[in-house]
Design a protein around this ligand. Sequence first.
Ligand code: MN
Length: 287
Amino acid sequence: MKKLWFTRKNNQRHWVGDGFPVRSIFTYNDIAPDISPFLLLDYAGPTVFEPTTKQRGVGEHPHRGFETVSIVYSGEVEHRDSSGGGGTIRPGDVQWMTAASGMVHEEFHGRDYAAQGGHFEMIQLWVNLPKKFKMVSPRYQSILKESIPKVSIPHGAGTLRVIAGNYLGHSGPAQTYSPIDLWDIRLNAGVETDFTYTEGYTTSIFVLSGEVRLQDGELISEAELAVLEPGGDRFTLKATQDAKILFLGGEPFHEPIVGYGPFVMNTPEEIHQAFRDFQSGKMGSFQ
Ligand code: MN
């Protein structure tokens, strides 16, 4: 059994630009070494935006050394980057953007959504790249809802969408640089489910809404992350209320994490180099 290791919650919201009221559940400055390859989880919303003609969001900024993964639950996000990637991410879609050697991008609410207003809820995850891939070329994967397999969890416990990795023989569409499993799970209240998962892989459960009980009896509630011990090869979840969950798992790599702002590398010198390269335009620009 993978036992509960620790839980984490952050009720402080802050704005990313003027479009994303986020709770940073973890960052590369705190628990990232314990849940490699994941570096950061920002939970935006749930909230409601009024209709507007203004484009809310965050303007041109760089990244280097990792990937940003945006999962939209409600609302719309429009993206454009200096390597030519771009598009609108709608509910159920996922954007998997490999910044790697560096790019600049902007993230705004979608035009149609902004005009109508309404519910907004998304997660942005930062996924680390192994040292040997930190300086590969940027890549943009637009993963549409239709391409994400939706699997029934046995015994009517709910459904699971495989964004990356594998569940009961179903593989997700995301291409990753290290083994990662990312599952968008909906659990129905009252059914206990046994999940098998690779021994030694980091194993975390983020509850967006509802409440789940772990096998140890611990209750995990809204906007809370449960990190399980990597040892053991299974765990159980039982929703006490219908629950929306993001499962994050993967093979950890034990390499130094040095981050500053939008850059996450292995050494301070590489961070200084990232600033120099950004300032001299080597990560591209829209101008
Ligand atoms: Mn960004």
